[in-house]
Ligand binder design. Structure first.
Ligand SMILES: [Zn+2]
Length: 399
C-alpha cells in the first residue's frame, strides 16, 4: 500500500515562544489553541496606536522582525492499532440483559464511558482507510460501526426533527456532545430492503420517515454504507445476485434522498461493505463484490469482516502497513467483553504524539526533500521520535 499523502492536520506555528520541541509537548489537543499570533498582533496594534497618539508625526512603522517557525508533526512513533467495534440493535434497560444483537442502554453508555476513560477517540473509518491517520495527541483511535440499519431502536426522528431520546444513536450523540474528546463518528451498514421502517404503514409513509433518519445521520457524522439490500447470504449467492443486491441498496438510498429533496448528499456517499453474518462469497461472486461500483462510479473502498474477540483479537492496521488489506478489515462483535478487553489492554494501543519540526525556512517548506531533511535533523537531535510523520500535505515514513 502506498504511503498516503493526504493532509491530516497541521498547524503553522508562528511563535517565538517555542524554542524547544518535544515529543511530549504540553499542547492540549481537544481545546482550540490560543491564538497567540492574533493576540500579539492586537497588542502590537494597540501599542502602535498609542505610539501614534503620542507622536503623531512621521513615526516610522518598524519592519517586523524575522520570526522562526515550526510545523507541528503528528507522529505514530509506534504502529497504531485500531479496534473496530460492531453494534447492532438497542434494548431498553428493562430488558433482563444485553444480548449479542441487542445491547441495553445502560450497558451501552457504560461502554462509551469506559472507552473514553481509557483514552479512545472515535475516528471515521473512511478517513483512516484514505490515509488520514490523525487523532488528537495522547488519544487512541477507535471506530464504531453499526449493522442492519435502519431499525427504530437504532435511530428515529421525533416531530422536531431530533433523534428520539430512546434510540441508540441518540444516546451516543448526546454522549459525544458532552464528551467532545470522545466524539460522535459512526459507520452505519444498512440493509434498506429487508424490513419496513418505523410504523411500517402500507401506504409507504415509512419511506419518508426513513429518509429523514438517513439525512440526519449523513449530516451528523454517521456515514452510511452497504450491508446488502436484503441481508443476503453472500456465500450462497452468485455474482449477478450480489451485484443486484449491492446496487439495489445504493439505488434505494438515493431514491429516498432525491424524494426528500436532498440529492446534494449523494456525492458524499462512498462505497464500503460489511459482509452479512461474516459469510464471505467465493470465486466469481467474490470478484463481483470487490469490483462493485456505486451508481456514481466509486469503486469498492473496503470490505469488513466480523468476529468475536474470543476467536483472537484483530485490529485495523494503518494503510502504510503490509498487514493492511482493505478488502478484509476485521471488526469485533459488540458484547461488553470486547470493551472490557480494550480497557484492560489499553496500553497496547499506541497514542499519537506531536513534535515541532524546525526552525524552518518558509520559502522551502513545500519542498518534500527539504521537509524530510528537517524531520531527520529533528530526530537526530533527539528532539523528535522516529515514526510515521504526518506533516502538512505529506506522510513521511521515518521509522
Ligand atoms: Zn447484519
Amino acid at each position: 500500500m502506498r504511503a498516503s499523502k493526504k493532509l491530516i492536520i497541521s498547524t503553522l506555528l508562528v511563535t517565538t515562544l517555542l524554542s524547544a520541541c518535544s515529543a511530549t509537548s504540553v499542547a492540549a489537543p481537544t481545546s482550540p489553541p490560543v491564538d497567540t499570533g492574533a493576540t500579539a498582533i492586537s497588542m502590537a496594534s494597540t501599542m502602535a496606536a498609542e505610539t501614534m497618539a503620542a507622536f503623531p508625526t512621521e513615526t516610522p512603522i518598524p519592519t517586523p522582525t524575522e520570526i522562526p517557525f515550526y510545523l507541528t508533526a503528528n507522529i505514530w512513533a509506534e504502529e497504531p492499532r485500531v479496534p473496530i467495534i460492531n453494534y447492532h440493535q438497542f434494548a431498553p434497560n428493562t430488558s433482563l440483559r444485553s444480548t449479542d444483537h441487542k445491547i441495553r442502554k445502560r450497558d451501552f453508555l457504560d461502554g462509551l464511558e469506559a472507552l473514553n476513560q481509557a483514552g479512545f477517540t472515535l475516528i471515521h473509518l473512511e478517513d483512516w482507510i484514505n490515509g488520514d491517520l490523525y487523532v488528537p495527541e495522547g488519544r487512541r483511535p477507535l471506530v464504531f460501526t453499526m449493522d442492519d440499519l435502519f431499525y427504530n431502536n437504532q435511530i428515529r426522528m421525533d416531530e422536531n426533527g431530533e433523534p428520539r431520546r430512546d434510540t441508540g444513536l441518540s444516546f451516543a450523540w448526546r454522549y459525544g456532545q458532552e464528551h467532545p474528546e470522545f466524539g460522535f463518528k459512526w459507520s452505519l451498514f444498512a440493509n434498506l430492503g429487508d424490513k419496513w421502517y418505523a410504523d411500517g404503514d402500507t401506504e409507504g409513509k415509512w419511506k419518508d420517515e426513513l429518509a429523514q433518519s438517513l439525512i440526519w445521520c449523513l449530516e451528523h457524522d454517521a456515514r452510511i454504507y452497504n450491508h446488502t439490500y436484503q441481508h443476503i447470504r453472500m456465500d450462497k449467492s452468485g455474482a449477478e445476485g450480489i451485484r443486484w443486491d449491492l446496487e439495489q441498496n445504493d439505488l434505494f438510498m438515493r431514491e429516498l434522498l432525491v424524494k426528500a429533496g436532498r440529492e446534494d448528499l449523494i456525492e458524499g456517499l462512498d462505497n464500503m461493505l460489511a459482509i452479512p453474518f461474516g459469510y464471505w462469497p467465493e470465486g466469481s461472486a467474490y470478484s463481483a463484490t470487490t469490483n462493485y461500483i456505486t451508481p456514481e462510479g466509486k469503486p469498492m473502498l473496503a470490505i469488513f469482516d466480523i468476529d468475536w474477540i474470543i476467536n483472537g483479537v484483530k485490529f485495523m492496521a494503518p494503510p502504510y502497513s503490509p498487514e493492511f488489506d482493505p478488502m478484509r478489515i476485521p471488526r469485533i462483535a459488540m458484547p461488553p467483553e470486547a470493551i472490557d478487553y480494550l480497557v484492560e489492554h489499553q496500553s497496547e494501543f499506541p497514542t499519537m504524539v506531536q513534535c515541532q519540526v524546525g526552525a524552518l525556512d518558509a520559502e522551502q517548506v513545500n519542498d518534500q526533500d527539504y521537509l524530510r531533511e528537517a524531520i531527520q535533523a529533528s530526530i537526530k537531535s533527539g528532539a523528535c521520535p522516529q515514526g510515521v510523520y504526518i506533516i502538512e500535505e505529506n506522510t513521511f515514513d521515518m521509522r
